[in-house]
Write a protein that binds this ligand. Sequence first.
Ligand code: DLZ
Length: 507
Amino acid sequence: MTALVYILGDQLTRDLASLRGCAKDDTVVLMTELDEETRYVGHHKQKLVFILSAMRHFAQELSAAGWRVDYVKLDDPNNSGAFTGELARALERHAIDQIRIVKAGEWRVQAMIDEWPDRFDVTVRQFDDDRFICSLDAFDAWAEDRSSLTMEFFYREMRRKTGLLMSDGEPEGGRWNFDKENRKPAKSDLFMPDRLAFEPDEITLAVIHLVEMRFADNVGRLAGFGFAVTRDDAESVLERFLDCALQSFGTYQDAMLTGEAFLYHAVISPYINIGFLDPLAICRRVEAAYRAGRVPLNAAEGFIRQIIGWREFVRGIYWREMPGYVERNFLEADRNLPAFYWSGETDMHCLAEAIGQTLDHAYAHHIQRLMITGNFALLIGADPKQVHEWYLEVYADAYEWVELPNTLGMSQFGDGGLLGTKPYASSGNYIDKMSDYCGSCRYDVKVKAGEGACPFNPLYWHFLDRNRDKLQGSRRLAMPYRTWDGMDAARREEYLESARSFLRGLR
Ligand code: DLZ
């Protein structure tokens, strides 16, 4: 019996469930570069190069291991440009008895796969994506009958289930959470680890050329492309992180510094999400580093929480809430995202930094995404679907299953509090505390309204005031609303007029 194993672009894992148990001499592996996938949003040029080059390298790795790989390139003149079209063509090239595929990460693609049994005269076997630690069924069982879904409780379950950082059934160190220790601003440090960057090889150079030709108008800059495009190189990035950066990762995970795109971050999310690195295995290595005394508990716990807690949690939410989730807009926000999100050209230094490095590296760390670009979009009332599409475009690690809940839910409060208990809105104070950005900004963070004021300051109050009906019931916002109500009317009007005037000038 000959099987066709269709491997999607974010399933680059040798131990994929659909490959397991297949005989190499009786299996065709199909991989396809598609217009459908490369164009459903205007992906950052580096994201395209990363994914296509990683796919080509992975296909080469499978071939070298003895698999028969049928690989369709983007510029193949017969390429239909679609998963279903390419499957139909492959079935004409090969005599196949069974199609095997791991379920897609994105709802959009899974909806196509679900049509295949009716469309093709060949058995279609779909496999759960067991690279995730919590199956979707297990997530649903956990979520069932809960009135609210709280990441913290899910995370504790996952700690118990995996045994990570547990001792005798209790959390290591007697606490589940070390967030308080993990909110320190950073100073420039000569010994900050450099990012491990890789020179493009022949395969990557060919993909760079392809992207330059076909996607010349897409967002982002290709110069300095340095992503790992093989599993081995991704492994080296992980090792560098474990050896040089993890020890300070926790303490400085929320910090932001001008000119420092990576600080102590691992920058391995693109490699986990594409399938090169296994999330649970990474967490076990982080735990081992802690148990060997090489890194402090707050660093190990902060890292593990992101992977077995947040990452698994948002995936569960995504699959429970789709397809309607993408349309949610609790705050009825409808402003267009300003043009500078695609150019970085703004005199707000924090935004110029976060967006500038995004254009350079298809990367920004989570606090830059949440508290700079996300916070600003929230405060100005940007349409959450547009914000979602921007994040999906610009970040190399962005697939809808992980990006949508983080953006539309957590950052833009589009789901009305399903994912987070309050909107992540802040004035300039937070940015000033956690970064050195404000020191070199043309606006003054200490000026609260009017000429020269940091726009985040009046926008914050404008946001709270205009969304009062929807937000004032939140216990976590009681304090700011009390402060607002305690101001005299003239002061409040000064804030509101300052925000209105700024919003009128936004393009
Ligand atoms: C993101 C992406 C891109 C840009 N290109 C391709 C492609 O050409 N072929 C492919 O198989 N996958 C690609 N991907 C990843 C898919 O979008 C991803 O596998 C699906 O969204 C399912 O999660």
